[in-house]
Ligand binder design. Structure first.
Ligand SMILES: O=C[C@H](O)COP(=O)(O)O
Length: 264
């Protein structure tokens, strides 16, 4: 597929998962911001995805110090408003200045039984509020061993993009996260990542005209660290990373954001 173009600015998004209270969140963003300078943000979009309880604190800090860091939420309700106890709407997140909402993370699919229909509803709710969904797809180990990983990921992609227009797809981010690589230290090879990311882009080109596929950013996620990010980013169809564990370590995450300075 086509190599990364300037319209596909790399995105490094740190998904903190259920880590860091709002005070710890402030300390972590301050440490990151101290190390990251303007040229870094010119080269790469840097985002943190804290727990809901820390978003307001992160927003306040980023606004007050005019930091170039973006932020988002780890999940979003499929519903617009009303009697949905425990849910957080896309409009609420947009009001907090969020840029992104992760939808369909494998941990949501696994522990909260979210299927493609729910993931799709969440993606559409996010888009309706002008948030950028980070739509996650990825196969488990059994599927990978059976050689069904591409088919599995494309099925999740098709389901997640259902009824999403070309204009909306253009501003959606896709994250390929093989479940067997998440939190295990077992990163996919750059070739594994490229294979699936390229198939995802090809599928988007089949679904949408008008150069959408060339614009959509496709991230890889799963045990990304400073030591492996450069090789992953050297792949034509990998436009960034969705980082879990390593995003909790400011030094490591900054290294990932500055992957251009690392040897491939
Ligand atoms: O959302 C992030 C992914 O689940 C990756 O997590 P990890 O970097 O800890 O493997």
């Amino acid at each position: 597929m086509a190599p990364a173009t300037p319209s596909r600015k790399p995105l490094m998004a740190g998904n903190w998962k259920m880590n860091n209270n709002h005070l710890e969140a402030i300390a972590l963003v301050q440490k990151m911001a101290f190390a990251l300078k303007e040229p870094d943000y010119d080269a790469v979009d840097v985002a943190v995805i804290p727990p809901f309880t820390a978003i307001r604190s992160v927003q306040t800090l980023i606004d007050a110090d005019r930091l170039g860091i973006q932020y988002g939420a780890q999940d979003v309700s499929q519903h617009a408003s009303g009697a949905y106890t425990g849910e957080i709407s896309a409009a609420m997140l947009a009001k907090l200045g969020c840029t992104y909402a992760v939808v369909g993370h494998s941990e949501r699919r696994q522990y909260h039984a979210e299927d493609d229909a729910v993931v799709n509803a969440k993606a559409r709710a996010a888009l309706a509020a002008d948030l950028t969904p980070i739509l996650c797809v990825g196969e488990g180990l059994e599927v990978r061993k059976a050689g069904e990983h591409v088919r599995h990921c494309l099925t999740q992609l098709d389901g997640g993009l259902e009824k999403i227009t070309a204009e909306q797809a253009r501003r959606t981010v896709i994250a390929y996260e093989p479940v067997w690589a998440i939190g295990t230290g077992e990163v996919a090879t750059p070739q594994d990542a490229q294979e699936v990311c390229a198939e995802i882009r090809t599928r988007i080109a089949e679904l949408y005209d008008g150069g959408v596929a060339d614009e959509v950013r496709i991230l890889y996620g799963g045990s990304v660290k400073g030591g492996n990010v450069a090789k992953l980013m050297a792949q034509d169809d990998v436009d960034g990373a969705l980082v879990g564990g390593a995003s909790l370590d400011p030094g490591e995450f900054v290294k990932i954001c500055r992957y251009r300075e690392l040897p491939v």
